[in-house]
Design a protein around this ligand. Structure first.
Ligand code: ADP
Ligand code: UDP
Length: 237
């Protein structure tokens, strides 16, 4: 597979064309950002860890019958994926109150929900990724009703798969963000990444934060937390 020109450089990954029209290569960086790019830094080793973790989880999800963009891990930082046109929705699933949910609704971090919450943000950095509901998404013609139903169904199933996977690593899945895309034939598949950058992961025994909140909130031990998550996933196999 030939790696051709870069099509996009994002905050955490670079995306490259390949000699196959239907495939891209994603290259994971150590760069970290928070608060819509206002806070910038480096988390040494993050790219390698996120590449491997995301691929591991995508494979689990695929095995459960949900289509993903994962094709093949090419190197420590590079993965071959199916090219999609990204649906500009950040799909967030929450099991426990934290972050912006706690802030918006005045709920203490750590409150366990009876049912998971599914929420959408409009993936649009210039507008600051505003929250929106299904009818906003329909009005903005971001996706069809059928596509939104599929996305919600997949998001809730992915939550169940991930909750039990992380539990086996003695980690509580608090919340996460995922993105979906359309392949050339219009099929909705899971894309982007699933990693400690995009999930809140708390140690089930101590409650210690093992995710990007350590960077966002200047808690220290950022590299160590990512390495700990990787270690637990590897020893789980
Ligand atoms: P951001 O754009 O938020 O800075 P990244 O640094 O992670 O994020 O950049 C990766 C970009 O590639 C994201 O915009 C993401 O939506 C997009 N992307 C992820 N997977 C695919 C895929 N399979 N096909 C096309 N684009 C993808
Ligand atoms: N998230 C993400 N990218 C974003 C915004 C949120 O990956 O641009 C993830 C975040 O890591 C957390 C979940 O989505 O696991 C919910 O984040 P929240 O809305 O609480 O926002 P935050 O507190 O990160 O601003």
């Amino acid at each position: 597979m030939k790696k051709l020109e870069m099509v996009y450089e994002g905050k955490a990954k670079k995306v490259f064309k390949t000699d196959d029209q239907e495939l891209f290569i994603v290259d994971y960086k150590d760069d970290a950002t928070a608060f819509n790019g206002l806070k910038k830094g480096t988390i040494t080793g993050k790219g390698v860890i996120n590449n491997k973790l995301s691929n591991h989880i995508m494979k689990l999800i695929e095995k459960e019958g949900i289509p993903t963009h994962f094709v093949e891990e090419l190197s420590d930082r590079e993965t071959l994926v199916k090219k999609v046109s990204i649906v500009p929705l950040e799909v967030i699933v929450r099991n426990i109150a934290a972050g912006s949910f706690s802030k918006h609704y005045g709920v203490e971090e750590g409150k366990v929900f009876k049912e998971p919450v599914v929420e959408f943000s409009y993936k649009n950095d210039a507008l600051g990724d505003p929250l929106l509901n299904t009818r906003h998404a329909l009005a903005l013609e971001i996706a069809s009703r059928e596509e939104i139903d599929t996305i919600i169904d997949y998001a809730l199933r992915i939550n169940e798969i991930m909750k039990s996977f992380w539990k086996e690593c003695n980690i509580t899945l608090v919340d996460f963000k995922i993105e979906f895309g359309r392949t050339s034939d219009g099929t909705i598949i899971l894309a982007d990444e699933i990693s400690p950058d995009t999930c809140r992961l708390w140690d089930s025994t101590t409650g210690e934060k093992l995710d990007k909140d350590r960077f966002r909130r200047d808690l220290g031990g950022v590299e160590e937390a990512y390495a700990e998550v990787m270690k637990r996933v590897l020893s789980h196999d």
